[in-house]
Design a protein around this ligand. Sequence first.
Ligand SMILES: *[C@@H]1O[C@H](CO)[C@@H](O)[C@H](O)[C@H]1NC(C)=O
Ligand SMILES: *[C@@H]1O[C@H](CO)[C@@H](O)[C@H](O)[C@H]1NC(C)=O
Ligand SMILES: *[C@@H]1O[C@H](CO)[C@@H](O)[C@H](O)[C@H]1NC(C)=O
Ligand SMILES: *[C@@H]1O[C@H](CO)[C@@H](O)[C@H](O)[C@H]1NC(C)=O
Ligand SMILES: *[C@@H]1O[C@H](CO)[C@@H](O)[C@H](O)[C@H]1NC(C)=O
Length: 270
Amino acid sequence: MAARAERSCGLWALLLLGGMFAGVLGTSPEIKTQVTGVAGKLVLTCNMSASTTAIDGHEWVHGEKVLQTDSKSSSVTSYTIEGKMEEHSGLYECIYKGNPVVKGQVNISVPPQVVPYKKSEHGNEGDTGVLTCKSPSFPPVSSWVWYKNGQEPIVNGSGRYIIKSSGNKTELRILKLNIEEDTGDYHCNATNSQGYGGATVNLRVRSRLAALWPFLGIVAEVLVLVTIIFIYEKRRKPDEVLDDDDGGSAPLKSNATNHKDKNIRQRNAN
Ligand SMILES: *[C@@H]1O[C@H](CO)[C@@H](O)[C@H](O)[C@H]1NC(C)=O
Ligand SMILES: *[C@@H]1O[C@H](CO)[C@@H](O)[C@H](O)[C@H]1NC(C)=O
Ligand SMILES: *[C@@H]1O[C@H](CO)[C@@H](O)[C@H](O)[C@H]1NC(C)=O
Ligand SMILES: *[C@@H]1O[C@H](CO)[C@@H](O)[C@H](O)[C@H]1NC(C)=O
Ligand SMILES: *[C@@H]1O[C@H](CO)[C@@H](O)[C@H](O)[C@H]1NC(C)=O
C-alpha cells in the first residue's frame, strides 16, 4: 500500500514538472532585463533567450510614448538615457516585433523624490493653512507622514490637523491658524519600496491686523491731513479779519467779499 502511494506520488510530481517545463517553452521566451549607469548615462538592456520565432525589429516604450524603434533581428536591444535615475524613474518596455510580439519590462525604481508645492506658505490668523508635497517618481509612494519641527508625527484628525494623501500627493490642512502654535517648519516624509524621501515647508501665520495695515495707514494719513487743515483754518480766520489790508493774500476768502473790499478802497481813493 505504502509503496503504491509513493509511486503514484512520484508520478504526479513528474507530471507536474513536465507541465511546468511545457509551460515555459509554450509561453513567451525568457527576457533578461538590466539597467546600468555609466558616466551620467543610463543603459536599459533586454536580452531574449530561447527565441523560436524570427524577430522583425525592436521598440522601446515609456507610458504612451515610443522612445526608439529599429528593424534589427538581434536578441539583445538597448536604450540609452542621458541623466540620472532619479530624473527618469518609471516603467519602460522593450518590444520584440514579430509573430507573436514579445514584451519585456525594465523598471527604473528610486526612493521618493519629494518636492513641496511651495517652500514657504503664508496664512492669515483664523484661516485654514494648506501645505502640499508631491512625489512624481516611480514606484508610487506607499505612505506619507507629516512632522512639525522634528516632533512626533502629526496624527490625522488630531487637534486642528487634517491629512489627505492620495498616491503621489499629500496635503496637510491646519484649521483656524494660530500665530504662536502653527508658525514653523513642517516636514513631509514619503516611503516606497526603495526607501524614503522628504521635503520641508515653512509656514508663516500673519495676524489679521497685518492684512489691514495698508488700509489703516491710508485712513490714518487722511485723518492727520484733515486735522491739520481744520486747525489751520480755525487759527487763520480771526487773523484775516484783523489785518485784511491787501486783498491778494486771502485766497480762502470768497470773491464777493474781495470785490466789496476793492470797491470800498477805490471809493476811498477817489
Ligand atoms: C544574453 O543572455 C545569454 C544567455 O541567456 C548570454 O549568453 C549573453 O551573453 C547575453 N548577452 C548580453 C549582451 O548580455
Ligand atoms: C516593475 O514594476 C511593476 C509595477 O510595480 C511590477 O508589476 C513589475 O513586476 C516590475 N518588474 C520588474 C522586472 O521589477
Ligand atoms: C484623515 O481623516 C479624514 C477624515 O477625518 C479623511 O477624509 C482622510 O482620508 C484621512 N486621511 C488619511 C491620510 O488617512
Ligand atoms: C505616481 O507616479 C508614478 C510615476 O510617475 C505613476 O506611475 C503612478 O501612476 C502615479 N500614481 C498616482 C496615484 O498618481
Ligand atoms: C522618514 O521616514 C522614515 C521611515 O519611517 C524614517 O526612517 C526617516 O527617519 C524619516 N525621515 C525624516 C527626515 O523624518
